[in-house]
Design a protein around this ligand. Sequence first.
Ligand SMILES: Nc1ncnc2c1ncn2[C@@H]1O[C@H](COP(=O)(O)OP(=O)(O)OP(=O)(O)O)[C@@H](O)[C@H]1O
Length: 252
Amino acid sequence: MLEVKGLSKSFGGIHAVQDINFTVPKGQIVSLIGPNGAGKTTCFNLITGFYQPTRGQVFWDGADVTASKPYDMAQRGVIRTFQKTNVLRGLSAFENIVHAHYLRDRTPLWRTFWRAPDSRRVQAEIQESARAILDLVGLGKRQDVEAGSLSCGELRLLEVGVALGAKPRLLMLDEPAAGLNSREAEGLGGLLRTLPGKWVESLLLVEHNMHLVMQVSHHVVVMNFGKKLAAGTPAEIQANEEVLEAYMGTAA
Ligand SMILES: Nc1ncnc2c1ncn2[C@@H]1O[C@H](COP(=O)(O)OP(=O)(O)OP(=O)(O)O)[C@@H](O)[C@H]1O
């Protein structure tokens, strides 16, 4: 579904991403890992059009979408989260997810006024979908709580819920387990594993929590100093000495 070919990005003399190649097939969870500054978030920014690549291409569903605008990528179903929260703290958990549904809504404004019964039906569908997402992420009983009052663990779950509200085909999560304790991360892992095939087509993850990465990924791509160091199944990556030296060793 997603294919990244020879992707490169330089900021002046800093080669943040150099000749990166990988694919995210349908139905799979792929993780991008590497030490701080390895270029993972820059890859996310290149794929979703927040940065223009210096070289290389991004293909989505067979189409060349290199340097598409972030809004175009979202319309195509490529939805990402940020390391900084995408949650509106003054809104309730429920309102946050309802709000996210409108990101991909194509209903022209005039229809909202002209065909009120139709628009009421759409609103009812959105509310039902928002409740289903809240139940999925385990926040069903917290739907009316202001996002700003949720615990760190609950906020992380709400962030995933907000991203799901935009009806992603490819969901790209940037450090979804940041700040979670091991029990919360375990729960998040369980949730992520249920998503492909039902709620999203595929998932691309940037994550430092190695336990979570190894628990949920079909395929892992390791970056170091902007370059691809290794790629393989979690078992292959865990057995790769170069990876252990460059990343696991320093992360342990
Ligand atoms: N807008 C920018 N301008 C200049 N340098 C940048 C910019 N964005 C990223 N960089 C640099 O590119 C390199 C890769 O950064 P990036 O944030 O992609 O790494 P990362 O692997 O996501 O790190 P972390 O795990 O800490 O989030 C770093 O040296 C960073 O300082």
